[in-house]
Design a protein around this ligand. Structure first.
Ligand code: BG6
Length: 473
């Protein structure tokens, strides 16, 4: 049985829902500079500059679904579904518009205070991601974002401003969303670009170190400011399977899994895994790690491990002639045993249970599933209904899988926030048409639409799931 306090809910991210990108004194962030269309991916990967694109492009984060002005209406819908929790993120550049200010922006704090109060009014637990990919542009211009050690102080200031303001109201914090995405999309994940004269891994692991130290420092400060609250790390998870039982395939899958776990190894165990230290030596990567930082990492590991799971991945030593188009940044090859979403993502509920077991076996800390869902095209019928049976099928199979992990494997899971409660801008493509929500938002990829909210069939289905504590799927 799932325990009674299990936190059923949904997730979101500031840059994918809020819009109002310059309102309330908000400053620009890296995500505000990501256009829709062909330039998006090369910029996301850090290999093309955002300043190097033609004018007149469409920037989906600027309005998104305008949660900034619709939050009351949206939260009422979440409450109607019986949500026990809601995961959202705070836009750093709403609190520190350039990132360089000494004092936080009161208007930004007030906005999130209103959101949190509104959630608490309905007894919905806020789950807050401090940084879901977005970095103020001012910090990119001044420091090159996380390439610089000076980011650590700025992040600390930001986190402390949030802890002081929201202590006693927010119990679950997450320092960085999908921190391992830095390896795949450094600009999207952390505002980092790789200049022509720079070595990619030197840049990435330097930025990684600064983020890991910042996360440990925020954990330390949270314990001082609000000892009842908990800090979690967040992993873009999904087991890498070997394509075959050929040892070469097994080995590449093992390496891919180790790389995925690298950040969480540091955040949950408190030290760098040995293979990374060997890699640094071999590749001539130099990090300026101080003794204080080593101690900080050791002493401030996270309380729980949160993660997203969309699909498993598959690794093959020799990928010649094999389909590698898995639709997802995490790479790998197509698994012939699985079906796929319209965007080519693998669908693998058993892989969910496998992934949960792997994370638990490795860290033995409580888990929190904070993203899981399917991007699909929805059709609004003439009567305004949306029959998203494919979404219900995906979600119910995945809920069954994590229930087995709880009930049969005995793994402690705090909650489940599916992706997503409401349609939002997709992170990779900047599309609205790749819909994840249980609530439909009338808006298309070019930015047209009334922003009207409609309840999909999955809305009513999830309401029942929550009501029966996962018994009726
Ligand atoms: C995760 C992110 O990578 O996957 C979300 O944390 C994102 O921000 C989600 O939206 C789904 O990916 P996408 O690219 O389809 O939006």
């Amino acid at each position: 049985m799932i325990h009674k306090e299990f936190l059923w809910g949904g997730a979101s991210a500031a840059n994918q829902i809020e819009g109002a990108y310059l309102e309330g004194n908000k400053g620009l962030s890296n995500i505000d500079l990501l256009p829709y269309g062909e330039y998006r991916l090369p910029i996301a990967r850090g290999v093309r500059k955002y300043s190097d694109v033609p004018e007149g492009l469409y920037y989906p984060s600027h309005e998104a679904i305008d949660f900034y002005h619709h939050y009351k209406e949206d939260i009422a819908l979440l409450a109607e579904m019986g949500f026990k929790c809601f995961r959202f993120s705070i836009a750093w550049s709403r609190i520190f518009p350039t990132g360089l200010e000494d004092e936080p922006n009161e208007e930004g704090l007030l906005f999130y205070e209103s959101v949190i109060n509104e959630l608490l009014r309905y007894n919905i637990e806020p789950i807050v991601t401090i940084c879901h990919f977005d970095v103020p542009k001012g910090l990119m211009d001044e420091f090159g974002s996380w390439k610089s050690r000076r980011m650590i102080d700025r992040y600390e200031k930001y986190a402390v401003a949030l802890f002081n303001r929201f202590k006693g109201k927010v119990k679950y914090w997450i320092s960085f969303n999908e921190i391992n995405m830095l390896l795949h999309k450094p600009f999207t994940a952390a505002g980092v670009t790789i200049d022509e004269n720079e070595k990619r891994n030197q840049v990435i692991f330097t930025a990684a170190h600064h983020m890991l130290v910042a996360s440990a420092l925020a954990t330390k400060r949270l314990r001082e400011i609000d000892p009842d609250a908990q800090m979690g790390c967040m992993l873009a998870a999904g087991e890498y399977y070997p394509y075959s039982c050929a040892p070469e395939d097994v080995r590449v899958a093992q390496i891919a899994n180790q790389e995925t776990f690298f950040f969480i190894d540091v955040q949950a165990r408190g030290e760098y895994p040995r293979w990374v230290i060997q890699k640094f030596e071999k590749e001539n990567i130099h990090l300026n790690v101080t003794d204080e930082e080593i101690q900080l990492l050791k002493e401030n590991t996270v309380d729980y491990i949160s993660f997203s799971y969309y699909a498993s991945r598959t690794s093959k030593a020799n990928t010649e002639g094999v389909d590698t188009n898995t639709g997802n940044a995490a790479g790998g090859v197509v698994n012939p045993h699985l079906s796929r979403s319209e965007w080519g993502w693998m669908i693998d509920p058993i892989g969910f249970r496998i992934t949960i077991n792997s994370i638990w076996d490795r860290y033995q800390k409580p888990l929190f599933i904070v993203e899981n869902g399917i991007g699909a095209r929805d059709k609004v019928e003439v009567d305004g209904k949306i029959h998203d049976q494919y979404r219900i099928a995906y979600l119910s199979a995945h809920i069954r899988a994590f229930k087995e992990a709880i009930e049969e494997d005995g793994i402690p899971i705090l909650g489940y926030t599916l992706w997503s409660a409401i349609d939002l801008v997709s992170s990779s493509e900047g599309q609205m048409e790749k819909r994840y929500g249980l609530i439909y938002v009338d808006k298309d990829d070019q930015g047209n639409g009334s922003l009207k909210r409609l309840k999909k069939d999955s809305f009513y289905w999830y309401k029942k799931v929550i009501e029966t504590n996962g018994e009726e799927l």
